[in-house]
Design a protein around this ligand. Structure first.
Ligand code: LCS
Length: 394
């Protein structure tokens, strides 16, 4: 079926569809590491690229391909590459697009390990980097060097919820022949389509909203152009960060309800954000849907909804935040995000603990910051849970 012209929800269900010889309505799991050749010539032709078909699961697999095609269509991209984790996607992008002596500019408040792997591993191979506030386009212009090859954006950023204007930042980058990659994990393609806004590559931790059920880890890279796709596909195959067929099956199942889950969660997030904003024990709050959010206009323009990630600080800093985290019962105290269950965590000591204190503070990841990922429980229950937790703070 040609699904290109269908609406987003129809694509969620049908894009990438594959029917096996039995007409299975749901994509089967091809749990195999290798595929037999019809004869020696067939094998040689597959390896030479003269014939299309499957060879070995690290290189390609029918179940994984369904997921890759579905996600590429949802992001309006050329093709997708599924990987074992979001971090496999991040490091494959760095490995494929950067070489010794190249420079990368990145949002300072990215997911901790996306920064950590650059600072501790890619630096060993002579890759240079600048972590800046990419929401400030002048700062971005000033950070560009003759050897800058990649602009790596995360918007909304984890965990500060700071936004970067993808369209304008991409224009600036392209004037200098710099490729743009956007980590779209916090939005999913339901809320933001970076390739339509000018980015060259988009990636996700599928572990979050796209799978949505906190039961697998996975990642994907989607490119706009064929040549970048070919480069990154080869990088993935050589580095070996491929997804497993069972993982792919789980994500194909999970993503079908993406819009239903996000609609429900973001409606609740708006109510929770309003509750927190008006609570006397809350010192500050960042949620793109609040009129008080500094980048509210950009959020309305760039995103198709405000999402369900909230960051806030309680009066009394970390000690008070700790009391809250230890006293909520419906929200689970755990890292990760974007699942059907609400999660709460403390970035400075958990997800971003690998980032030095100095760099945390430069990126506004303060000790008092608590991150809240809204799930699909009843919003009244979530608010009561927060209310009784906040009451425990002196
Ligand atoms: N990009 C973003 C924006 C993320 O939030 C994460 C994980 C990754 C990439 C890496 O994906 P993974 O390898 O875990 O699939 N973020 C996490 C977080 O905030 N808490 O726990 C994991």
């Amino acid at each position: 079926m040609n699904t290109k012209k269908l609406g987003f929800n129809s694509k969620l269900i049908h894009a990438g569809d594959y029917r096996d010889e039995f007409g299975s309505a749901v994509t089967p799991i091809y749990q195999t590491s290798t595929f037999s050749f019809k004869n020696a010539q067939h094998g040689a032709d597959l390896f030479a690229g003269k014939e299309k078909g499957y060879i070995y699961t690290r290189i390609g697999n029918p179940t994984i391909n369904v997921l890759e095609n579905k996600l590429a269509e949802l992001e309006n991209g050329y093709r997708g590459i599924a990987l074992a984790s979001g971090m496999a996607a991040v490091s494959t992008v760095y490995m494929g697009l950067l070489k010794q002596g190249d420079h990368m500019i990145s949002t300072g408040a990215v997911y901790g390990p996306s920064r950590g792997v650059m600072e501790t591993h890619f630096s060993k191979f002579g890759v240079e980097y600048s972590y800046i506030d990419t929401s400030d386009l002048n700062e971005l212009k000033n950070a560009i060097k003759p050897n800058t090859k990649l602009l790596y954006l995360e918007t909304p950023a984890n965990p500060t919820i700071q936004l970067t204007d993808i369209k304008k930042a991409s224009q600036i980058a392209h004037e200098h022949n710099i490729l743009v990659c956007v980590d779209n994990t916090f939005c999913s393609p339901y809320l933001q389509k970076p390739l339509d806004l000018g980015a060259d590559v988009v990636l996700h931790s599928l572990t979050k909203f796209i799978n949505g059920h906190a039961d697998i880890v996975g990642g994907v890279i989607i490119t706009k152009e064929e040549d970048i796709y070919n480069n990154l596909r080869k990088t993935m195959v050589y580095m070996g960060g491929n997804m497993d067929p069972h993982q792919a099956f789980m994500v194909i199942r999970g993503v079908k309800t993406l819009s239903l889950r996000i609609e429900k969660a973001q409606k609740s997030a708006m109510k929770i954000a309003e509750f927190l904003e008006n609570h006397p024990k809350v010192e500050w709050i960042k949620y793109p849907g609040l009129k008080s959010f500094e980048q509210y206009e950009l959020a309305k323009e760039q995103m198709d909804g405000f999402g369900s990630m909230i960051s806030f600080g309680v009066k009394g800093g970390y000690d008070a935040g700790k009391v809250l985290m230890d006293n909520v019962h419906l929200a689970t105290l755990a890292v990760s995000l974007g699942g059907v269950e609400t999660l709460i965590q403390h970035p400075a000591s958990m997800t971003h603990a690998g980032v030095s204190k100095e760099n945390q503070l430069a990126a506004n990841i303060t000790d008092g910051l608590v991150r809240y990922s809204v799930g699909i429980e009843d919003v009244e229950d979530l608010i009561s849970d927060l209310e009784q937790g906040l009451d425990k703070i002196n």
